[in-house]
Design a protein around this ligand. Structure first.
Ligand code: ATP
Ligand code: MG
Length: 461
């Protein structure tokens, strides 16, 4: 490991502007672990005289020995130069132009030019730069990123890791630290709160003190973010198989009640422990389903069901849900009450489509019936014929497992081919994101459910 500057490094702080260069023998990132298409892009850039770096989550995950979700590439080549270099490519994005390079098998690699500003910071109060003035140096690109562990560059020519922010030290020590001054970076983009919690939960890392204090102090600023962005970020947390750890950190920092204010009276009242335990138990089931599906196909849980899991302990208390004996008018009355309340609680938050709220209502209102008519995990024929049966029985199974009963069958959550009834082959993630944004049109967008019902009224293309 070499370091051009002898000053003591303060991880995450810009004061120490010299990079730490970590030699190939001193880090575990190996070329063989990088996707072929990403390597092709990196080598084409190098051969054309540009620099090419693997950045962000790709470096972080390879360093930790995990399989990256996508391989983000940055370069000093500008979008116009990239378009000339890669014939089969297109430019996307208005303010921050990214180049998507297309490969066989619908593989897309996204390449971004090094930047001086995060696209989220640019809308901040102190500075608005014109769109042609955002390209930056490697150093500036490191400092515009969210967390130190996400700000590392793997340089393809020398196979070194370049670290301006102390990210390697934080990876070694299991620390989540916002780059720069946490309070300011969070104020400029409160979604960084969610990103810090996500990576702490995913990797079992602890959140550094200053970052933690800024999260707690500024959590209410999440209210200023577009609901759709919050929704997409939350879905990532619920999908990752570490949602229980996510909830534990969110509850402790009170970010959870910022996101779901209607939980506040419950979590501050006498039932707080029961409600928290129920919530964590439900999320543990989700995590098990996502992580224990090996050999059985890819588990797909519709977005509305993920949100239903998060809301269920609240709904149980709010509507005295499990003690209801519903018939005719009572069923419709409760259904209307749940639906109206969902409208209310989701009105300023998450931006869920009507269909999603309807589907959550159906799950909740049918739980008492599912409970009452269940005999040895079987239901009467009239119930099995109901259009809601499949969805509700999955949710009921999930709830039962959370209550300490038999584990729900993973296969229920693996989509089957409608004609053959067989489990569908696993689809690989087709797009690779340069990852300077969470959702959007690129890469896999969690706002789109893989479920054919298209929970937010949108279908995946
Ligand atoms: P994942 O494994 O979930 O893809 P990731 O870190 O790669 O994790 P992305 O959303 O793909 O997450 O973002 C790619 C990179 O872009 C991040 O590693 C980080 O460097 C940068 N980034 C993303 N969101 C922000 C943000 N809000 N502010 C600053 N930098 C960000
Ligand atoms: Mg990524």
């Amino acid at each position: 490991m070499t370091k051009a500057n002898s000053k003591k490094a303060v991880p995450g702080q810009q004061a120490d502007r010299q990079a730490m260069i970590i030699a190939p023998d001193d880090h575990p990132v190996r070329e063989k672990d990088i996707e072929q298409e990403a390597l092709k892009v990196l080598y084409r850039l190098r051969d054309a005289g540009y620099s090419g770096y693997l950045v962000g989550g790709g470096v972080r995950d390879l360093y930790l020995g995990n399989a990256p979700k996508d391989f983000d590439i940055s370069t000093d080549a500008h979008p116009g130069q990239l378009r000339k270099l890669f014939r089969n490519s297109r430019t996307i994005g208005r303010r921050f132009r990214l180049v998507q390079v297309f490969f066989r098998g619908n593989k897309i690699i996204e390449v971004s030019t090094l930047r001086s500003q995060s696209e989220y910071d640019i809308n901040g109060p102190d500075k608005v730069l014109p769109s042609n003035n955002t390209f930056g140096t490697l150093q500036e690109d490191a400092f515009r990123r969210d967390l130190t562990i996400n700000s590392l560059f793997f340089e393809i020519e020398t196979k070194t890791i370049i670290d301006y922010v102390g990210g390697v030290q934080d990876l070694d020590n299991g620390i989540i630290r916002i780059v720069g001054e946490p309070a300011r970076r969070i104020t400029r983009d409160p979604v960084r709160i969610l990103r810090a919690i996500r990576h702490a939960a995913r990797n079992g890392f602890s959140i550094e003190q200053q970052t933690w204090e800024a999260i707690v102090a500024h959590r209410q600023k999440l209210d200023l973010c577009p609901p759709s962005r919050i929704r997409d970020e939350l879905l990532k947390d619920l999908h990752t198989g570490t949602s229980c750890a996510w909830a534990e950190i969110s509850l402790k920092s009170k970010v959870f009640t910022t996101l779901f204010p209607f939980y506040k009276p419950l979590l501050e009242g006498e039932k707080s422990t029961t409600v928290q335990e129920q919530l964590l138990a439900l999320l543990r089931v989700l995590d098990r389903l996502y992580t224990e599906s090996s050999g059985k196909g890819k588990v797909v849980i519709a977005d509305h069901m993920l949100f239903a899991v998060v809301l269920f302990p609240w709904a149980v208390e709010r509507f005295n849900l499990l003690d209801q004996d519903l018939k005719g008018a009572g069923y419709h009355k409760l259904s209307k009450a749940i639906r109206a309340e969902l409208n209310d609680v989701f009105s300023h938050r998450l931006n869920l489509k009507r269909m999603a709220k309807d589907a959550i209502t159906t799950l909740f209102v049918n739980m008492p019936g599912f409970q009452r008519h269940q005999r040895n995990n079987s239901w009467p024929a009239w119930m099995r014929r109901k259009s809601y049966f499949a969805d509700c029985s999955k949710f009921y199974g999930l709830y039962q497992e959370a209550m300490g009963n038999d584990p729900v069958d993973v296969c229920l959550f693996v989509p089957k081919n409608k004609k053959t009834g067989r489990i569908q082959p696993v689809k690989t993630n087709q797009a690779t994101s340069t990852g300077n944004r969470g959702g959007g049109k690129r890469g896999s967008n969690p706002a789109f459910s893989a479920d054919k019902q298209g929970v937010f009224g949108l279908r995946q293309g």
